[in-house]
Ligand binder design. Structure first.
Ligand code: GLU
Length: 288
């Protein structure tokens, strides 16, 4: 069976070598596409030029090939598509949904500490809205003075613009989900140092690449609410999601970068064979 409209992707950020957790995600997306007769794409999420490095991009190719995965060419590099994200930002701006935010992290922490309810959501600190309240005059003066700024989405306004029915998406493991806008606040869509943010780039790319099934770790589940809102605002299709459990070793320890786990390059260097590692990953997938 061939279903060319069944499209999955693996979208690593080249900010280090891949770990077993990445391999798990990539294998899930790859094998699912193969099973469905669909397509498997690889996307390099390298918008953060301060952290991405060419040798890590190379490492991703090497590690995935070692694992025996095959992906379509050409690979999409986000850094080569900044115009696509700028166009999406322009549309949101024309809808009156973006505002410049001059706050530093410290400003935000101070404002939160001073407020009665310290708002924290699944995506971290909820922006208290300081710069949303600035007058047009003050904004232009600060921009004219050369102050650096990020662009934030005015979420309350965005939701009222959409109006009506609650935003939902479906997750193959977690079932139907409803976007709780109050949980994340005015997210950054263009950073001070980079003219886009993860949320916007990932949403635009999943649509442009025709991704029908987004398979990724549960750690990104909360972010999907933001992506769903952006899809509604930009009129983009809504893929099916599958947020998989985070990979743990046989004694329950998480196998991700932040947990100091071994990289695939480490495994390879100590003589682990790809077939043996893949079998182990497949067992983990069956146990999920
Ligand atoms: N680039 C993101 C990461 O490496 C993953 C993006 C996604 O799968 O949506 O964490």
């Amino acid at each position: 069976m061939s279903r060319k409209d069944f499209v999955t992707r693996f979208a690593p950020s080249p900010t280090g070598r891949l770990h077993a957790g990445h391999a798990y995600s990539a294998l899930l997306a790859h094998d699912r596409a193969r099973r469905e007769g669909g397509r498997f794409l690889l996307r390099i999420e390298d918008i953060d030029t301060t952290r991405a490095r060419p040798e890590w991009v190379q490492g991703i190719f090497e590690d995935l090939s070692w694992l025996g995965l095959e992906w379509e060419e050409p690979v999409r590099f986000q850094s080569a598509h900044m115009v696509d994200y700028a166009a999406a930002l322009e549309r949101l701006k024309a809808m009156g949904l973006l505002y410049p935010c001059f706050c530093t992290r410290r400003d935000i922490r101070t404002a939160i500490a001073a407020s009665v309810s310290a708002p924290h959501g699944p995506l971290g600190m909820i922006y208290p809205g300081t710069c949303r309240e600035l007058s047009a005059k003050e904004r232009s003066a600060r921009i004219a003075a050369g102050e650096n700024y990020a662009l934030r989405l005015d979420v309350v306004r965005a939701v009222s613009l959409i109006g009506g029915a609650p935003l939902e998406w479906s997750d193959e493991r977690h079932g139907r989900q409803r976007v709780d806008v109050a949980a994340f606040g005015d997210v950054v869509l263009a950073r001070k140092d980079i003219p886009v943010s993860y949320h916007l780039a990932v949403t635009v790319d999943d649509a442009l690449q025709g991704i029908s099934h987004v398979i990724r770790g549960e750690d990104l589940m909360a972010a999907t609410a933001v992506h769903r809102l952006l899809q509604a605002l930009l009129g983009l299709p809504v893929p099916v999601y599958r947020h998989h459990a985070l990979l743990r070793d046989d004694s329950g320890r998480r196998l991700a970068k932040r947990d100091g786990a071994e990289t695939l390059a480490d495994l390879r260097a100590r003589g682990v064979k790809p077939a043996e590692f893949r079998e182990w990953l497949e067992r983990k997938i069956r146990e999920e």
